[in-house]
Design a protein around this ligand. Structure first.
Ligand SMILES: *Cc1c(COP(=O)(O)O)cnc(C)c1O
Length: 229
């Protein structure tokens, strides 16, 4: 039977292979293990296999897991990657290290106010709606620079980069086009803000193309923890 540890090492070698194919250093790419809906025992198993960065999508579930594990696993880095309503922002500000899905100035300001002053700034990525689907969350490419400026002015947030969920398609040319667009936006932002070093894009199915286009963080759930109910 394949274990969580096996699947993490498979994901790590896929990252290494993809990085090698485009002459990048695989250490530039972080594996984010997406543990949404999975039990704490799975997170501990992944931790024991060396995994340190975990992504959660649901505010309440994420809070419960952070609280349950923070004492014994202090070096876990918790990433919030789900949609956030402004009335739940305090939970993210108080419990998470990273927030990948920031797309509104109002939420940025709330997170800044609610971030406990004894913690390091919340590390944030702006979510970009690269597919331009009205149903998807995220700012349009044109709106990135305005939101980036607002975040950069907030002392309890650190702007780290961009995140995107591209169009769900098997069409590699559409994937490439979207990733290339995101890469360009990222490079412009990085020139403007020294704190920017993160491009959160790529999942199991499109990891290689994402890495080819500069991804520094790939988010993998099912590939590590198995399918969700
Ligand atoms: C669930 C999720 C993932 C991981 O998806 P899998 O199909 O389980 O690998 C990655 N990114 C985001 C934003 C997600 O919500």
């Amino acid at each position: 039977m394949t274990t969580i540890a096996d699947r993490i090492s498979i994901a790590q070698s896929q990252i290494a292979q993809a990085a090698q194919n485009c002459s990048r250093n695989s250490e530039e790419v972080t594996l984010l293990a997406v543990s949404k809906t999975k039990p704490i025992t799975d997170i501990i198993e992944a931790y024991q296999a060396g995994q340190r960065c975990f992504g959660e999508n649901y505010v309440q579930e994420g809070e419960d897991k952070v609280i349950a594990l923070r004492q014994d696993y202090q070096d876990i880095e918790w990433h919030f990657i789900g949609p956030l309503q402004s009335n739940k922002s305090r939970i993210i500000a108080e419990h998470f290290d990273w927030m990948h899905t920031l797309s509104r100035d109002k939420i940025a300001k709330r997170l800044n106010e609610q971030r406990p002053k004894d913690k390091p700034p919340l590390q944030v990525c702006i979510q970009v709606n690269i597919s331009n689907e009205a149903s998807k969350s995220g700012v349009s490419p044109e709106e990135v620079s305005q939101l980036a400026q607002i975040i950069d002015d907030l002392p309890h947030l650190t702007l780290r980069g961009l995140m995107a969920i591209p169009t769900a398609t098997e069409d590699v040319s559409i994937q490439r086009q979207e990733f290339a667009q995101l890469e360009n936006l990222y490079l412009v932002l990085k020139q403007q803000y020294p704190s920017v070093d993160t491009l959160s894009m790529g999942m199991s199915s499109d990891l290689a193309i994402a890495i080819e286009h500069g991804s520094t963080m790939v988010r993998i759930g099912t590939g590590i923890f198995g399918s969700r109910a």
